[in-house]
Design a protein. Structure first.
Ligand code: AP5
Length: 216
């Protein structure tokens, strides 16, 4: 049985945090298009050079580039038992393209008020070495600025600056409704209140998966 999941929701709602936890627990890869792009930018690859300006301004990378990246990633052997797609699809075109690549079992739509999202994004810190996600208030590392998992240095993302956060939220509001409707019409959309604690949100996701017969 496969577990092919899509995580939808605004920037900073916690998609990466919940995906990381569920991916470890159920041993399926967490695929974040944002993480893939940041890694390519860091390594200075051709793809990284192409997407850098979009990512740093908080704008969407063109569909043809993102779809190609996801298609390639989903063809890897570790996706055979399933995957969690975080941050993809972000346009209707991407959602339609995804259906041509594979079958999605469930799409989680994480929702939280704007004030919660802004607070989460402004305090987010990420490990430069292993990508673990922290928050200065809600999930602080044991030693400030140092990753608990690998000892790497923590940094603030370029696009977590206040003016870029506003731009990302505006783009999200414009693009999200058709995708949510797309999955709702297919009968595979579930809404999750992500304003609660990380543990409560993750538990809620697991309960939903069990109720749908996707987890045992
Ligand atoms: P991407 O990396 O996907 O960014 P995003 O969607 O803006 O999402 P975030 O990573 O900001 O938020 P998240 O929901 O994962 O929150 P997190 O778990 O970190 O994309 C970046 C860029 O890449 C885009 O702007 C675009 O340029 C490009 N791109 C990517 N995909 C694309 C696509 N498909 N098409 C076109 N372009 C694309 O949590 C946030 C913080 O809150 C953390 O500090 C965390 O510790 C904390 N937190 C999380 N949950 C809780 C909780 N329940 N309670 C308290 N704190 C919490």
């Amino acid at each position: 049985m496969t577990l092919n999941l899509v995580f939808l929701g605004p920037p900073g709602v916690g998609k990466g945090t919940y995906a990381e936890a569920l991916s470890k627990r159920y041993n399926i890869p967490h695929i974040s298009t944002g993480d893939i792009f940041r890694e390519e930018i860091r390594k200075g690859t051709e793809l990284g050079k192409k997407v850098k300006s979009y990512v740093e301004r908080g704008e969407l990378v063109p569909d043809e580039i993102v779809i190609e990246v996801v298609k390639k990633r989903l063809s890897q052997p570790d996706c055979e038992r399933g995957f969690i797609l975080d941050g993809f699809p972000r346009t209707l075109n991407q959602a339609i393209a995804l259906d041509k690549i594979t079958k999605i079992d469930l799409a989680f739509n994480f929702v939280a008020p704007k004030s919660v999202i802004i607070e989460r994004l402004s305090g987010r810190r990420i490990c430069k070495r292993c990508g673990a996600i922290y928050h200065v208030k809600f999930n602080p590392p044991k030693k400030p600025g140092i990753c608990d998992v690998c000892g790497g240095p923590l940094y603030q993302r370029e696009d977590d600056k206040p003016e870029v956060i506003e731009e990302r939220l505006k783009i999200y509001e414009r693009q999200s409704a058709p995708i949510v409707d797309y999955y709702r019409k297919k009968g595979i959309l579930v809404e999750v209140d992500a304003s609660r604690s990380k543990e409560e949100v993750i538990k809620n996701c697991e309960d939903i998966l069990k109720a749908r017969g996707l987890l045992h």
